[in-house]
Write a protein that binds this ligand. Structure first.
Ligand code: SF4
Ligand code: ZN
Length: 613
């Protein structure tokens, strides 16, 4: 049983996180990351902001905006419902606790924060739109992607398109090309669309608040909007990303499914309560930094954590350990040691008298008033023998359990420690699909070997990227070959069907699809001219292929082709597939030629095991 008393309505509602409307407005709060702006600069910014507000209002009144976000009244109503159904155990109780959290976290962040290119750029940038752009690009790239991977992409991106105007005038092809290998390609496309919208419809100015950012810009959701607004514009708005989910679920011992709407709503409320009005961007970044570097998924370093003293997960572990040690054979009898008496549950400690009534040699009962009678009188059973059965509650008539605690079917697992939090309902496995794809090559084309690539449609999975001609198909069989041949001939005209070889398989998991590529190869014989490809297709050299806007999955496919074509090194670890027996052994001369044309795989080429859209 969880230590949280299962309380149905919150006796501390006035202290609960409902700060959306009372949060300081951006114009009044000074962004902490800014260097002290001079009066003239501030005045210019105010004018800029006021003009910008007018522009945003005009755009918002047009029909070209996303549906309104759940803010204002709707959001407050959600919060009232939420507060009525959770225990105060999962809240921050009072300003002292909130202040301690902010101060500890910010002090740690100032000391320990990583030196990252987007932070450097944003801190050194005075122009608000440029700063917002720097933050926007980094936040979009960091979604679902590791910091280490993003650094190089971010640096190249900002070198190529240092301003929104530069990005707006870029081609989608160029954007896809730079994004290749980063995964979730729609992110780059949306960023490009957003830049165009800012330049063409908003006079080159990025919307200044989380609400307008979310409403006006494609691909900008609640998190990204909050991050840009708080980091670039100093708006006191909290954010919740995967790292913050983990930190807050642990700090407030939230054991319910962290992907549920209820938990999500609660976490956003907590984030809003915690955000520091004087340093909102830093506080948000500090919480994310803590999750990324200290409160990590598998191996949290609690001993180095700046908010350990406020962390309920950590307190729970300590209590479990204490109880375990006291019940070991040979350890002092708990009945004899006053200090070992269980203390009232932290959830009730603010209101419980703490008087313990012995009902058995090692078991105490305490009655605690956690709220107005009759709903919130709690009994509190404590016993080392029960180890962790720490609190329970007389629920009010018709009430149920606290909805933020773990369900009774998933009890505390002592071997997991603080990683008992957060909990996620098991995800649906990705859908399985099969695709047949073929590397069609002219090895002796005039001007050097060429391979055929075709462009994917402009919407859907991997929209606009280039790939080898492919067909979605059944897993194997003659029909697969025939379907693939038809597709190849659609692009390249009549082909020698007998030369189509099956080379192996590549399995790539996208966000929601596990796609198995059946890899084929077809090398055209003799010296063939480079034919003019129809619209939507191109004959590329190997070098062009490696810099083109192709997905990681296609790079894997090409490696299989390279590993299995004549002249390839046998036993290549990169292509763990069996070579077809019909593939001819190449002559030594051919091997030499092939090695000359072997592609250069850049050091920063994405991992074969990467999982991304
Ligand atoms: Fe800090 Fe550990 Fe609590 Fe995470 S679980 S917030 S690392 S004390
Ligand atoms: Zn609870």
């Amino acid at each position: 049983m969880n230590p949280c008393p299962h309380i149905q309505s919150c006796p501390l509602q006035k202290l609960s996180p409902t700060g959306h409307t009372s949060a300081p407005q951006p114009a009044k709060s000074k962004p902490a990351i800014m260097k002290k702006p001079r009066t003239a600069v501030r005045s210019r910014h105010r004018k800029q902001a006021s003009r910008q507000e007018g522009r945003e209002k005009r755009v918002l009144s047009s029909s070209q905006v996303k549906p309104p976000t759940p803010n204002g009244l709707a959001r407050r109503q959600e919060e009232v419902v939420l507060q009525a159904s959770v225990s105060p155990y999962h809240l921050f109780r009072g300003t002292a606790e909130v202040r301690a959290f902010r101060e500890n976290l910010l002090r740690w962040y100032d000391r320990e924060k990583r030196d990252l290119p987007w932070r450097r750029r944003a801190e050194g940038e005075v122009d608000l739109d440029r700063r917002a752009y720097a933050v926007w690009v980094s936040e979009v790239m960091l979604q679902q992607t590791q910091v280490a991977t993003v650094i190089d992409y971010y640096t190249r991106w900002m070198q190529k398109w240092p301003t929104l105007q530069d990005l707006a005038s870029a081609s989608l092809e160029g954007v896809n090309q730079l994004w290749a290998g980063l995964g979730y390609y729609s992110r780059g496309r949306r960023l490009h669309e957003g830049a165009r919208k800012v330049v063409e419809e908003l006079g080159g100015h990025v919307p200044r608040t989380a609400e307008t950012l979310q409403q006006l810009l494609p691909g900008v959701g609640r998190y990204t909007a909050g991050a840009i607004a708080s980091i670039a514009f100093g708006q006191a708005t909290g954010v919740v990303d995967g790292n913050v989910v983990r930190v807050l679920c642990r700090v407030r011992a939230i054991g319910a499914d962290s992907s549920s709407a209820l938990v999500s709503q609660h976490l956003w409320s907590l984030a809003q309560q915690l955000v520091d009005p004087t340093r909102p961007g830093d506080l948000n970044q500090a919480a994310m930094e803590l999750g990324a570097t200290v409160c990590t998924p598998q191996h949290p370093r609690c001993s180095q954590c700046p908010v350990r003293s406020l962390c309920r997960a950590h307190q729970r572990v300590e209590r479990e350990q204490l109880l375990a040690s006291r019940s070991l054979p040979g350890s002092p009898d708990v009945e004899e040691c006053g200090e070992c008496r269980p203390q009232p549950s932290p959830a009730l400690s603010g209101t419980c008298s703490g008087s313990l009534i012995p009902i058995y040699p090692t078991t105490w009962l305490s009655l605690c008033r956690a709220g107005p009678w009759p709903a919130l009188w709690a009994w509190h059973l404590s016993s080392p023998g029960l180890r962790g059965t720490w609190g329970s509650l007389f629920p009010a008539p018709g009430s149920g359990q606290c909805r933020l605690c773990a369900p009774p079917s998933e009890p505390w697992d002592p071997t997991l420690g603080v990683t008992n939090f957060p909990r996620k309902a098991s995800r649906k496995p990705p859908r399985e699909e099969c695709s047949a794809t073929c590397v069609l090559e002219q090895p002796r084309a005039v001007g050097g070997p060429r391979i055929l690539l075709v462009q994917r449609p402009n919407s859907g999975l991997l929209a606009g990227l280039w790939e080898f001609p492919s067909v979605t198909t059944e897993p194997s069989g003659q029909r697969q070959r025939q379907a693939l041949l038809r597709e190849l001939q659609r692009w390249a005209g009549p082909l020698p069907a007998t030369r189509l070889r099956h080379l192996g398989q590549v399995v790539h998991t996208f966000s929601h699809i596990k796609l198995t590529y059946e890899v084929y190869g077809l090398a055209l014989e003799g010296e063939t001219p480079v034919t003019t490809a129809p619209p939507g297709a191109r004959w590329l050299t190997r070098e062009e292929f490696h810099t083109a806007a192709v997905s990681t999955a296609m790079k894997k496919v090409f490696r299989v082709y390279e590993g299995r074509r004549p002249g390839a090194c046998k036993g290549s670890k990169r292509s763990p597939v069996s070579a077809p027996s019909s593939w001819k052994k190449p002559s030594p001369g051919q091997q030499l030629l092939d090695s000359f044309f072997r592609p250069h795989i850049p050091r920063d080429a994405p991992s074969l095991n990467s999982t991304a859209q």
